[in-house]
Ligand binder design. Structure first.
Ligand SMILES: [Fe+2]
Length: 487
């Protein structure tokens, strides 16, 4: 498979958005948001939740990687008015470091500060900083190395760790659960790293049933793994679960001894190829394993089974693992490593367990693919993305635009970049009055105004002006992932 290159070169200059990472974010709200322009669609009723690292330093010391910051949740509730709340997740590690006034723990991209025995006597901090999963009675803050934290849906008060009625204590729960609203289920995976590294697949109820709370596990399956891979996301495609396991492996010993962080102990091993697992969604067993040319992906988009019985999925594909270095450098505000993820489509034959083909759909550098929530596991017309414009002046920085790729026409529609403004991953919210109408919500860091804003686009007209812009009271640091909960 040849890569189609439409990727810019690197840039080592300071980025305007660095100001949002230099100081710990400050909690706010609940606060009503002033309208800067346009009008909030009356049919947009529900809450946008977003999660990301709110602070990347403590006591004068910086964390090692963008992934190491303490999770902070933004909630923007749309009803008669728009009301925003921003709160740190009160993890045990956050509270202990708050009391100590300094960093205490190791994390994905850093070993624990101080003498080496700190590596052995202190657990890795669960940063709760990657994504969110709204359930009917609580919000989960997700961090894939350990169990989620539960928060109050409105106040964002932290309620504590949540094992969904049976998560193994040693296992993680990925930041990319797939919510299937048609079957009222949540599918997810997790890894447990140890003498025998294990992949866990989970199936949960989405809604309460009897005494079971929303999210309660109804099935688990474990699979032994060869080595310790990095697996952040996956695909549900009709009756299948598809895992694409990139050839990145962890050297466990340096981590156990305490001389390397997880990030520094991960190596790109292209000779292994990317391993694809096709699993049965119902019983969570593995039906086929196949190995294809190497690529790396953080994020899968969506999958479905087409009329020919083939699995069609898409993901953001990189040619190597340099993206990890790039994301580490983001935390410094001056990333030097340029990377280029592209939206690719992969087709598989689930009967024969065969790779069919792969092709790039979007050659511009892009990330954070999302679809409308009701399309998970089903064919989708549109994929929404964060994207660098072809002529981006800062191609190794945060994305300057959002985009919509039309899978029927192959057309890519992008928002107009606004100088100094950096939109987050676009999240789709359906209109409560008109199910054919959707809105894209993105939280924009406006570095010129030194604040963040909420922009709402008509999902069919991403290349038009936002239909509304709302002012948040201050800067919210760039976040990773979000979710929409309809009212
Ligand atoms: Fe992610």
């Amino acid at each position: 498979m040849s890569m189609v290159l439409d990727c810019p070169s690197s840039s080592a200059s300071a980025h305007p958005w660095a100001i949002a990472l230099q100081q710990p974010a400050v909690e706010f709200g609940p606060v009503s948001l002033p309208l800067l322009a346009g009008q909030v669609p009356p049919g947009l009723r529900g809450t946008l939740y977003r999660n990301g690292p709110g602070r990347l330093q403590r006591g004068g010391q910086a964390v090692g990687h963008w992934f190491d910051g303490d999770g902070a949740i933004l909630a923007v509730q749309f009803s008669a008015e728009a009301i925003a709340t921003y709160r740190y997740v009160q993890t045990a590690g956050y509270q202990a470091e708050e009391r100590a006034g300094r960093l205490l723990y190791g994390n994905y991209g850093m070993t624990a500060p101080g003498p080496i025995w700190n590596q052995w006597r202190r657990a890795i901090k669960n940063s709760a900083n990657t994504s969110v999963l709204p359930l009917g009675d609580r919000l989960l803050a997700l961090w894939e190395g350990a169990q989620p934290h539960a928060l109050h849906l409105q106040t964002l008060d932290t309620l504590g760790l949540d094992d969904l009625g049976g998560l193994p204590a040693e296992a993680g729960y990925s930041a990319h659960p797939k919510v299937d609203r048609l079957h009222h289920e949540v599918i997810n995976l997790g890894l447990s790293i140890g003498p025998r590294t294990t992949l866990h697949l989970y199936r949960s109820r989405l809604t309460a049933q009897g005494s079971d709370r929303p999210g309660t596990l109804i099935q688990q399956q474990t699979h032994a793994l060869d080595g310790v891979p990095l697996l952040h996301d996956f695909v549900v495609a009709g009756p299948y679960i598809v895992l694409c396991i990139p050839p990145v492996r962890l050297s466990v010993l340096p981590v156990v001894v305490g001389v390397k962080s997880f990030s520094d102990a991960l190596t790109w091993q292209p000779q292994l190829g990317t391993e694809i697992w096709i699993c049965d969604r119902q019983d969570l067993t593995c039906l086929h394993r196949l190995t294809v040319d190497p690529w790396f992906q953080w994020h899968c988009n969506n999958g479905h089974v087409d009329d020919d019985g083939q699995i069609v999925l898409s993901l953001i594909r990189y040619g190597d693992f340099q993206t990890n270095q790039h994301l580490k450098e983001i935390a410094t505000g001056t990333p030097k490593t340029a990377v280029c993820g592209q939206l690719w489509q992969i087709r598989l034959d689930p009967q024969a367990g065969r790779f069919v083909d792969a092709e790039p759909l979007v050659s511009q550098s892009c990330e954070f693919p999302t679809v409308a929530p009701d399309r998970v596991g089903l064919p989708q017309r549109h994929t929404y993305l964060s994207i660098h414009p072809p002529d981006s002046p800062q191609p190794s920085g945060l994305f300057e635009a959002i985009a919509c790729f039309d899978h029927h026409t192959g057309r890519l529609q992008s928002s107009a970049p606004v100088p100094g403004c950096y939109p987050s991953e676009p999240i789709y919210g359906a209109d409560s009055a008109d199910p054919t109408q959707g809105w894209l919500i993105t939280v924009v860091l406006n570095t010129l105004a030194q604040r963040s804003e909420v922009w709402i686009f008509d999902a069919e007209r991403v290349d038009g002006e936002p239909v509304a812009r709302l002012e948040l009271p201050q800067m919210v640091p760039p976040s990773f992932h979000g979710a929409w909960q309809a009212a």
